[in-house]
Design a protein around this ligand. Structure first.
Ligand SMILES: Cc1cc2nc3c(=O)[nH]c(=O)nc-3n(C[C@H](O)[C@H](O)[C@H](O)COP(=O)(O)O)c2cc1C
Length: 301
């Protein structure tokens, strides 16, 4: 038995570590770097069908490892979304990461083609609907995250345990707020079996080739007050204009990033991020466990 085979996220996707790359970059080389580090790389499925096909092939030339294509299902009219989805099916991609829209229509279509489906949810009722649609993995996106957070602003601390308890049969990945060992241990303690990283992966040595310099500058300078909800149906979390003005001298520059930017102060390689999470996380969990054991001594008999 491989070390990761008891983890349902690893088993579902055939990966070594339950680490999903968020849909942060359209470029295959960054996805390939995540795959090489043992996680599940992701490429975008929001451009034209031809472009998506080209990127799938580019990624396959870089790695044999499994990956996802991200389909925000509510973006574009029905025929365009269907054209994009058809490419994934024709190309027999291993998995998709669907978000921003109902998983009802496409989940079965993907699964009939042998494609695993992870679906992003921002609330418990969303999660229940996605489970009813039969998705393979749920990705919980709380309000702190850099992604599509839904209108109800539900915090990680509530979203992940509530979904884990309501739907124990579906493997759960926590998206957002994780950049280091403590973050990984925290989301696993809440009931997640894996993690999806966005902001942390943008600010890496490999990320430098794919994101503008001002994005890295803003993430490194961010504190707990630097982000806000953008308008629009998916309400991504973005840098505040006054913060952009202060850091890069232009209030119109906008970086999509999670609150976790406040914890990011370095530019490691992706392999170093993975080591910090899974090696550092195991050590951190032992320390937390030992501290709790000592506290038990304070219980009355
Ligand atoms: C620059 C950027 C672009 C993103 N674009 C998408 C997207 O197109 N589709 C999607 O489902 N999520 C998108 N996300 C959300 C990520 O997939 C991921 O869930 C999120 O960033 C996790 O939160 P974190 O940034 O706190 O780690 C994006 C996030 C960032 C930072």
């Amino acid at each position: 038995m491989s070390p990761s085979s008891e983890n349902r996220v690893c088993r579902t996707f055939g990966i070594r570590l339950p680490l999903l790359m968020g849909a942060i970059s359209p470029r295959p080389p960054l996805a390939a770097a995540v795959c090489r580090a043992g996680g599940l790389g992701c490429i975008e499925g929001i451009s034209s069908p031809d472009k998506i096909r080209q990127q799938i092939r580019e990624l396959r030339a870089l790695t044999d490892a499994p990956f996802t294509v991200n389909f925000p299902l509510a973006f574009g009219d029905r025929s365009l979304v269907e054209g994009r989805v058809k490419v994934a099916i024709d190309e027999k991609v291993p998995a998709v990461l669907t978000s921003a829209g109902s998983p009802k229509v496409y989940t079965r279509m993907f699964q009939d083609a042998g494609i695993k489906v992870a679906h992003v949810v921002a609330g418990i009722s969303h999660a229940e609907k996605a489970a009813e649609a039969g998705v393979d993995v749920l990705v919980a996106e709380p309000t702190e995250s850099g992604g599509y957070r839904g209108a109800n602003e539900i915090a990680m601390m509530v979203l992940v345990p509530a979904i884990a308890r309501a739907l124990p049969g579906v493997p759960l990945v926590a998206a957002g707020s994780v950049a280091d060992r403590a973050g990984l241990v925290a989301v696993m303690a809440l009931g997640a079996e894996g993690v999806q990283l966005g902001t942390r992966l943008m600010v890496t040595q490999e990320g430098r080739a794919f994101f503008p310099e001002y994005v890295e500058k803003m993430v490194l300078a961010a504190d707990d007050t630097s982000t806000m909800s953008a308008d629009g149906p998916t309400r991504p979390r973005v840098s505040k204009p006054e913060f952009a003005e202060k850091i890069v001298g232009d209030a119109r520059k906008r970086a999509q990033m999670g609150q976790v930017a406040a914890l990011i102060h370095d530019v490691p390689t992706i392999a170093e991020v993975v080591r910090e999470l899974f090696d550092g996380g195991a050590a951190h969990a032992r320390d937390v466990s030992a501290a709790l054991e000592r506290l038990r001594a304070g219980l009355a008999d």
